[in-house]
Design a protein around this ligand. Structure first.
Ligand SMILES: NC(=O)c1ccc[n+]([C@@H]2O[C@H](COP(=O)([O-])OP(=O)(O)OC[C@H]3O[C@@H](n4cnc5c(N)ncnc54)[C@H](OP(=O)(O)O)[C@@H]3O)[C@@H](O)[C@H]2O)c1
Length: 330
């Protein structure tokens, strides 16, 4: 039996729930096992929404979060309609400190602890002329091989503003949400799990600059300060038109460094909290809004890695990068 199958037999009965959450009991679920409380960010659509669905199906009580109240409420309503009443909505903009605190307060008040955090929200870091991009009809294999880079320069622009938004969402958003929820994760009686949704664009071998590759790859000397300095240097180089000259990735430069630093943060955090399983995952090349629907996989396939890592059994891997469900090289 695989990790995932083994863990989908958890009992969903809560100890303590807000009044409007109903948790179904399923015949094949083991009685008296405690409920897992989970948060998924950026979950109104795409891989995040599907991750909520799969975690809720596995019996977890899931807080579906979205920055937009209406989109989040509607997504939650649809899940309730499909029979998953163990999902509750709370607003969360990962770039907004007040919104993060409000989520932490909500979880403290209703659940007193958190078992699973899936940092899924993400931004692409580019401005795109979508019609122009579609007209180019680029093959998925060309995207995946990183060979589309010269084809897309006229339809995909990285500005200082789009890069800053991307880094603030994909790196600092994850860091700030995680720090706010860590006291609740430390109260998990089941062994907390943190899943950071990364990308194959994060892989160090794709960064031309050897010094950056080495700094981000050396877990013995990695620190959060060092990561901050790398991101500042990136933004400085972007402002001075020195991305290529200084060996940052030409393909989705802000997105790539935001995810490479996210992986580095995952390793720093895993070292600091050895009792938790803290991992990052490339979900696959999935058909969603973030890649203008160029992806080839379904959201069901895309959520598999996140769900597997969210439900890891005790003693499972930590501080690792997964390509979907397989451990891979950073
Ligand atoms: N699809 C792929 O092929 C692929 C490949 C590698 C990695 N990923 C990663 O997978 C994750 C999910 O992406 P997806 O493919 O499912 O794309 P998606 O459908 O575009 O979903 C992205 C989600 O992030 C949310 N978001 C963006 N900024 C936010 C913020 N400041 N606060 C809270 N939520 C925010 C979006 O909310 P709004 O609806 O309000 O914009 C949306 O719910 C991302 O981290 C992405 O980088 C995807």
């Amino acid at each position: 039996m695989g990790w995932l199958q083994a863990l989908t037999s958890l009992n969903p009965r809560p100890r303590f729930l807000p009044k409007n959450i109903h948790v179904p009991t399923t015949a094949n679920m083991e009685l008296n096992a405690p409920t897992r409380y989970a948060v998924v960010t950026g979950a109104n659509k795409g891989i995040g929404l599907e991750t909520v669905r799969q975690l809720a199906k596995a019996g977890a009580t899931v807080v579906l979060t979205a920055r937009n109240q209406e989109r989040g409420t509607e997504a939650t309503r649809l899940l309730h309609q499909s029979g998953l009443s163990n999902v509750v909505f709370h607003q969360l903009d990962v770039r907004d400190a007040e919104s993060i605190q409000s989520l932490a307060d909500f979880i403290t008040a209703h659940f007193e602890r958190l078992d699973i955090l899936v940092n899924n929200a993400g931004a692409s870091g580019v401005e795109v002329d979508e019609d122009g991009l579609r007209a180019k009809n680029i093959e998925p294999a060309t995207w995946l091989a990183g060979k589309a880079v010269n084809l897309i320069q006229d339809v995909m622009k990285t500005t200082y503003e789009t890069a800053k938004e991307c880094i603030d969402t994909n790196y600092y958003g994850v860091k700030n949400v995680t720090e706010a929820l860590l006291p609740l994760l430390q109260r998990s009686t089941l062994g907390a799990r943190i899943v950071n949704v990364s990308s194959l664009r994060s892989e160090l071998r794709r960064i031309p600059n050897e010094q950056i590759r080495q700094e981000l790859g050396d877990i013995d000397t990695l620190t959060e300060d060092k990561i901050d300095r790398i991101l500042q240097k990136f933004l400085h180089d972007l402002q001075h038109d020195a991305i290529e000259a200084n060996g940052w990735q030409k393909m989705l430069p802000a997105y790539s460094i935001s995810k490479a630093t996210l992986n580095a943060y995952t390793r720093v955090l895993a070292k600091k909290y050895p009792n938790m399983c803290i991992n990052c995952v490339h979900p696959g090349y999935v058909n969603t809004d973030i890649n203008w629907h160029t992806g080839t996989m379904t959201v069901e396939e895309g959520a598999e890695g996140s769900v597997m890592l969210a439900l890891l059994p005790e003693g499972g891997p930590t501080g690792c990068y997964f390509d979907r469900t397989q451990v891979a090289e950073f």
